[in-house]
Design a protein around this ligand. Structure first.
Ligand SMILES: [Zn+2]
Ligand SMILES: [Zn+2]
Ligand SMILES: [Zn+2]
Length: 273
């Protein structure tokens, strides 16, 4: 399976265009893997997670036509993950040659946002909406998905996804802090080929940080994975969704994670499972 990291930044992008902190200044000077757009991952060009404001940039930068995407999973409606107005470009008269509706899965707030942003006439033609619930498995065109509860925003049912496709199991784990107990319970006994985790924070003494993970939280999650034997033999952890507020650049994250065998995502990174 091809796993394409289209964007790997937290909400503000890295560098934050308005910010004069050391990390942002350095990222501007160094460029390369320090330049990050908002987080999204594309599996085999057909299954996409989240629809950030950098969607257009991703399509141009990676020279893709996004018409190949069949299923779109939304984790939550924060502006860095959900920009439904750009989906308007898929309606009849704007996009040509589209034969199937894009199947979109998300929580109730995402469904409401889609209904507000997109013309009702396009439902079933260019879009199909599916409200999903935590721990209720759904079979999509491209995968079997189970939404899991995140600990991210007390005002929204933010979701993570356990994705089963072509014999591989992926845990899509951002945005979230230390997983809620119900999510850990559900995960016990499951096998994971790839866990994609939220590393919004940098070094922080809190091993079980709320709302977002930091380096220590990721290592604590890895401990549980090992203890519970949850990773497949060649199972990997890849971290993403980085914020300049961590004060860390790409190489700093690599230094922190490499000794633990954890990969640091960057924009454009492709791994094959
Ligand atoms: Zn986010
Ligand atoms: Zn900054
Ligand atoms: Zn968020």
């Amino acid at each position: 399976m091809k796993v394409h990291f289209l964007g790997t930044a937290a909400a503000e992008g890295f560098p934050n265009p308005f910010c004069l902190c050391k990390a942002c200044q350095k990222a501007r000077t160094l460029g390369g893997r320090n330049i990050r757009s908002r987080t999204s991952v594309l599996f085999d060009d057909v299954l996409k997670v989240d629809f950030p404001p950098d969607f257009f940039h991703h399509a141009i930068r990676y020279q893709m036509d996004m018409a190949s995407v069949k299923d779109l999973l939304i984790t939550h409606t924060h502006y860095d993950h959900f920009n439904p107005y750009d989906l308007y470009n898929r309606i009849e008269g704007f996009a040509h040659g589209i034969e199937q509706p894009l199947q979109i899965f998300g929580n109730d707030l995402a469904m409401q946002g889609l209904h507000q942003a997109l013309p009702a006439s396009q439902e079933h033609k260019r879009f199909a909406y599916h409200r999903v619930l935590p721990f209720k498995e759904v079979v999509t065109q491209t995968a079997k998905i189970t939404p899991l509860l995140a600990d991210h925003d007390q005002m929204e049912t933010c979701l993570l996804y356990y994705i089963e496709r072509n014999g591989k199991n992926i845990l899509y784990g951002n945005d979230t802090g230390w997983f809620p107990e119900d999510t850990w319970e559900w995960l016990k006994g499951k096998k994971i080929d790839l866990a994609i985790l939220d590393c919004t924070g940098g070094f922080n003494s809190d091993k079980r940080s709320r709302n977002h993970m930091c380096i220590e939280t990721i290592l604590e999650v890895q401990d549980v994975f090992q203890h519970e034997n949850m990773l497949e033999e060649n199972g990997q952890i890849i971290v993403t969704h980085f914020s300049h507020n961590s004060g860390l650049l790409h190489e700093d994250f690599v230094k922190a994670f490499q000794p633990h065998g954890i990969q640091v995502a960057y924009d454009g990174m492709i791994v094959y499972l």
